[in-house]
Every structure is written in structure tokens, then in C-alpha cells.
Design a protein. Structure first.
Length: 208
């Protein structure tokens, strides 16, 4: 049976609350989906997500990532602003750091042998993807790996024109925290629009 799962970095409790507030503030009177909450779709920075075969041992995979990633106890990541991403996505973009690239490399090492490649969506419209995003999608079934890796917290999705207008109106309307603190890894079940819908496992970034 195919399982749609992901591995992510989770913000600290304070910054999870900040991301939930930010989604509401960026949306204004419009709705970004899915709604973020502490009890449902957790704010997160995806490392990798996709369809997996039953051969994947999530606990072993996460332990491998924790050991091999060499993360600090907490990661302070600078934001680069609220950005629009085709089609209809609103992201809190985060600085792409070597330590985050290393996390994704070791995650792909652990996870890619267990991908259910037959479940990749061959019908997806990639006309507005970059070349590196198309290559990533074809190779791993996920848009943001390798050269296309783009660390972010997804604030949600809306109609194309609505999402564009939201992002354009952010300057002067919304105060976006400059630094975001992450303190845990998570293995999760994907929900609407790839959301962090159910937590399977969590581990400290660097257990003492």
C-alpha cells in the first residue's frame, strides 16, 4: 500500500504560533488553505515528501537523518520574505543554508530507495516549473530537491489572482519575523496540498 509521507523541520512552539498568526495576517479577509493550527496542519519546513512503499521503516529512516545530518540543537533560519509560487501558493521563504542542503541530501539517501515511482503524478501541469523543478519532479516525484530546493513554510494556497494580490500587499501591511527557530524533525502524513496533517514521529535536531 502506498503511503504519502514527508519529513520536515518543525518550528519551536513560539514560532509555530507565529506562523499560524502570519497565515491569518497575510490572508487578510481571504482564506489560505489548508488552515494551519497546533491541533491539525502544523507549520513546517518540508525536507522531502512523496509516495512510499511499505518497505520504508519511518523510524529507522528518521534516526538515519538525525545521525547523519549533523544539525545543531536548534536552527535559527532567516526569512527572505513572503513570496508567490505558481500556481496559487503563498510561501514564507527561508534562507537556503548548507546545513539545510545537507539535511535534504541525507533524507534522500534514506528515503529514495522506498519511493513508489508508479504513484508519481505524470499528469501534473509543469508548464510554469523551472527546468530544475521539472527534473526534480521527474526524478523524485517532488518539486523541490537539488538545485530546485527552496526552503519555506507553506502559508497556504488560494486562487491564482488572490494569491498574487496577497503577496503584493504584504509590504507595509504585515510584519514578518526575520528569524525562525526550528528545533525538531518530524515524520508526517501528508494532507490537503501536502500539509503536515498527522505527526508520526518527532526527534530533536541533535539529541544530547
Amino acid at each position: 500500500m502506498t503511503r504519502w509521507l514527508g519529513i520536515a523541520l518543525l518550528p519551536s512552539a513560539e514560532h509555530q504560533d507565529a506562523a499560524i498568526r502570519l497565515q491569518r495576517e497575510v490572508g487578510g479577509g481571504q482564506t489560505l488553505r489548508p488552515p494551519l493550527s497546533q491541533d491539525g496542519n502544523l507549520p513546517h519546513m518540508t525536507v522531502f515528501q512523496g509516495p512510499f512503499l511499505d518497505s520504508l521503516d519511518t523510524e529507522a529512516a528518521l534516526e538515519h537523518v538525525v545521525r547523519a545530518a549533523g544539525m545543531p540543537e536548534r536552527a535559527d533560519i532567516l526569512s527572505t520574505g513572503i513570496v508567490y509560487q505558481p500556481t496559487g501558493w503563498v510561501f514564507l521563504a527561508l534562507r537556503r543554508l548548507p546545513l539545510l542542503e545537507q539535511v535534504q541530501r541525507v533524507a534522500l539517501e534514506a528515503l529514495s530507495p522506498h519511493l513508489d515511482r508508479s504513484a508519481f503524478d505524470a499528469s501534473k501541469d509543469v508548464s510554469r516549473f523551472s527546468d530544475s523543478e521539472r527534473e526534480s519532479l521527474s526524478r523524485y516525484g517532488y518539486r523541490y530537491t537539488g538545485d530546485a530546493y527552496a526552503p519555506h513554510i507553506t502559508l497556504g494556497r488560494a486562487e491564482e489572482s488572490v494569491a498574487r494580490e496577497m503577496v503584493q500587499s504584504v509590504p507595509g501591511r504585515v510584519d514578518v519575523p526575520e528569524t525562525w527557530v526550528f528545533d525538531r524533525f518530524s515524520f508526517y502524513v501528508m494532507g490537503e496540498h501536502g500539509a503536515h496533517a498527522e505527526t508520526l514521529l518527532t526527534r530533536a535536531l541533535n539529541p544530547l
